[in-house]
Design a protein around this ligand. Structure first.
Ligand code: FNR
Length: 399
């Protein structure tokens, strides 16, 4: 498969992807909380910051490597692939294809716990690029969390990425309307049969029967049948995985800290004082994120939340960002506002849907090419030359 020549940007690829993507998968991919304001905000915010380029600085050669090492090594770009669940929805090779593409481009990859390939399979496929296992704390099941942590350690992961923005699944009417269920042939392979994991028989009708088990994403862990309340779901069966609504800094960071030697990254920070909490409780890094607009509607975009967090953190730990990165210029703006690194979610699915591993590689290459041109036009020869003064808010010009 090759990407058609008329496809030049991630936006073009998205349009191509939507020609073939099954409606139910599309609904899942684009799903956002409530009315989708935050999803739109995540895309619009980039155009509210304008860049102010410098000239005549000999940009014949530019170095795109991040200013500092991340996860103890250097990468080809300050860009990684954020954890997203169930990638087999977009391509049979799912997370294995994504991880392989990340490896071939030398960028990092974060695996969702709710993946369709195992922690170990994905590590084999992505090698050193597979740096992080994303985790939700599961209600009443620290045993399962601990098992995931130990498997990540044994497989050579560098970090546990603890998603802290999901004490409960967000209000997501879209998923209910589209009756989302994970198709029969797919499994949550990190878990046992009871929790939607391996089943030898291909005919796994029970799992797919909405009246029995419907383990959906997990942007929120298993949202259960979204039509039922979590409470009903808990009572009606013992084998539901539910995100832990009592998650808190003191108890849970301590628990994780005591149970792993891996780096602990905290994903989903939007308030500077939460960045402070994360550091106080031993986080190795912070991911500023609103979960791709899937959790809390009308919540602030990661880019707008970033400057205050960067100021608060003041270099003590790396600050990463995700949400709405679609162009090389977006990477530039996030870095100018103080991010050390950015991650992409949905664009990976466009690549997977259109051309599997090759499609994901195309997404990374395209962002890399665009970022390189932007760097040259901005007069920056290396990432360390990106300056805060090179971006200004559009609103400042309107007063
Ligand atoms: C996600 N995201 C996510 N985050 C997480 O911590 N655990 C998860 O299992 C998932 N699953 C997931 C599925 C899908 C389909 C999407 C689109 C997203 C959120 C993800 O890590 C990231 O924060 C956003 O996707 C970034 O925004 P963009 O790049 O999609 O705009």
């Amino acid at each position: 498969i090759t990407i058609p020549r008329e496809i030049l940007s991630l936006r073009d690829l998205e349009a191509k992807c939507l020609e073939t993507m099954a409606p139910m998968v599309r609904d899942y991919l684009y799903d956002g909380a409530e009315e989708g304001h935050t999803i739109r905000e995540n895309l619009e915010v980039w155009n509210r910051w304008l860049v102010v380029p410098r000239m005549m600085r000999d940009t014949s050669a530019v170095d795109l490597t991040p200013r500092t090492n991340q996860f103890n090594r250097s990468w080809s770009l300050p860009l990684g692939i954020a954890p997203s669940a169930m990638q087999q929805l977009a391509h049979p090779s799912g997370e294995k294809a994504t991880a392989a593409a990340a490896r071939s481009m030398n960028i990092p990859f974060g695996l969702s716990t709710f993946s369709n390939y195992t922690i170990e399979e994905v590590k084999d496929s992505g090698g050193d690029s597979v740096v992080g296992l994303q985790m939700y704390l599961l209600q009443g099941r620290r045993d399962l969390n601990l098992e995931l942590v130990k498997r990540a350690e044994a497989a050579g992961y560098k970090a546990i990425v603890l998603t802290v923005d999901s004490p409960v699944p967000g209000n997501r009417p879209g998923l209910i309307k589209s009756n989302f269920v994970m198709p029969k042939h797919m499994r949550f392979r990190n878990f046992s049969e009871d929790f939607g994991g391996p089943l030898d028989q291909a005919q796994d009708t029970q799992f797919n029967d909405p009246s029995s088990v419907t383990a959906v994403e997990a942007g929120s862990a298993i949202a259960s049948e979204p039509t039922r309340t979590q409470d009903q779901a808990t009572k009606s069966r013992g084998n539901q995985l539910i995100v832990d609504p009592s998650i808190n800094w003191e108890r849970d960071m301590k628990w994780l800290r005591e149970n792993t030697s891996l780096e602990i990254w905290v994903k989903g920070i939007l308030h500077p004082l939460d960045a402070e909490e994360a550091i106080a409780h031993g986080a190795s890094g912070i991911m500023v994120s609103n979960h791709g607009g899937r959790q809390l509607d009308t919540c602030v975009s990661a880019l707008d939340a970033l400057p205050a967090i960067v100021e608060q953190v003041s270099g003590r730990v790396p600050v990463h960002l995700d949400g709405g990165i679609r162009r090389g210029g977006d990477i530039f703006k996030a870095l100018a506002l103080g991010a050390d690194f950015v991650w992409i979610g949905r664009p990976v699915w466009w690549g997977l849907e259109v051309a599997g591993e090759e499609g994901v590689r195309w997404v990374i290459q395209t962002l890399k090419r665009e970022f390189e041109v932007v760097m040259k036009l901005m007069g920056c020869r290396k990432v360390g030359e990106i300056e805060r003064e090179m971006v200004i808010p559009k609103t400042a010009l309107m007063s």
